[in-house]
Ligand binder design. Sequence first.
Ligand SMILES: Cc1cc2nc3c(=O)[nH]c(=O)nc-3n(C[C@H](O)[C@H](O)[C@H](O)COP(=O)(O)OP(=O)(O)OC[C@H]3O[C@@H](n4cnc5c(N)ncnc54)[C@H](O)[C@@H]3O)c2cc1C
Length: 364
Amino acid sequence: MKEIGILIIGGGPAGLSAAAAAADLGASVLVIERDGKLGGQLVKQTHKFFGSKKQYAGDRGYKIGDFLIEQCENNPKVEVWSGTTALGIYEDGVVTAEGEGKHLKIKPKKIILATGASEKMIAFPNNDMPGIYGAGAVQTLMNVHGIVPGQRVLMIGAGNIGLIVSYQLLQAGVEVAAIIEAAPTIGGYLVHASKIRRAGVPILTSHTIQEAYGKDSVEGAIICKLDENWQAIPGTEQDLKVDVICLAVGLSPLTELCFQADCQMKYVPELSGHVPLRNEYLETTRPGLYVAGDVSGVEEASSAMVEGRLAGICAALGLGYGSDVAPKLQAEALAELSELRSGPAGQKTVQGIKNLMDKGEAVC
Ligand SMILES: Cc1cc2nc3c(=O)[nH]c(=O)nc-3n(C[C@H](O)[C@H](O)[C@H](O)COP(=O)(O)OP(=O)(O)OC[C@H]3O[C@@H](n4cnc5c(N)ncnc54)[C@H](O)[C@@H]3O)c2cc1C
């Protein structure tokens, strides 16, 4: 049985920031990451990030990941087990994991869950056909492994992820037949949409997919226009010959371990799914278990890093580390979060958190 001060599950921007913050205050930290490489979603983000300079805006996502990894690797208080998947959190505080085919047991004093999110799927005939991908999978194929998914793509979803991945497909020499979006407006930033339109790719709002077709893999898709009640308008069907259909229809917090640890959970649409109730300092209803990043509500890497830092400071403080500086650091992190969420994109998160707080359910 491995004993440790703070166990962090997930080595993405939230987990790595939590590790650095807690270790800087003197706590011993173990990060476990199911992938072979640390960095989470950042490893495949080749584009420059927006936001504030404090969260490395202007740098490319994978560079931010490299910096966070370096910060942890250079800290003797941080131990990393990559290729290790957390399996369960038990009543006696023991966490079980699998790594290199071995069943592992860890007994931490505090736990920070930073497991991120998973991609959403939508229902349509033949949606299980080879050639249908999530946008994150397409990014991983292209930007991590250097493989293009096909020749001609239909992108579903005009949020930032759909727009960014479409642009990366074009950069890789893949044709994007169209981006379709069920909502009447484009969800992503105008700057991304404009780049796509300048490249000649149509963005069809109020459109959806009716079906995919093909013999052994995708050969095309039937799309159609939607009316104001989101119903298909007969006669508007179009047949697009594509060999890839890419779904960029949102992410859901990866909260299985929260459920399993018996945290009180609530469905909050603004936070993209079921999320654990938690207080301002990200501690859930299970004392000593904190959440940070997309697992607490899908947002962006910038807020994931700040939430990670906040959770790391709070967990370390809970173990008696940094009591002289922690209150100031906590206040700084909280101020940074509210600054990040002050723009139009952050309002959804603010409303989601308010919905949790309003009902008095998030007071732990
Ligand atoms: C395609 C795509 C494009 C994006 N583009 C941008 C962008 O341009 N700008 C921006 O700010 N944000 C962007 N984001 C969002 C951003 O990447 C995420 O908000 C951010 O990575 C969340 O950080 P995180 O640490 O919470 O989760 P993640 O980065 O997802 O990290 C979670 C980590 O936990 C690990 N994990 C999960 N379960 C377990 C387990 N049981 N045991 C061990 N490890 C586990 C995962 O392998 C992963 O490494 C994008 C996301 C996607 C999917």
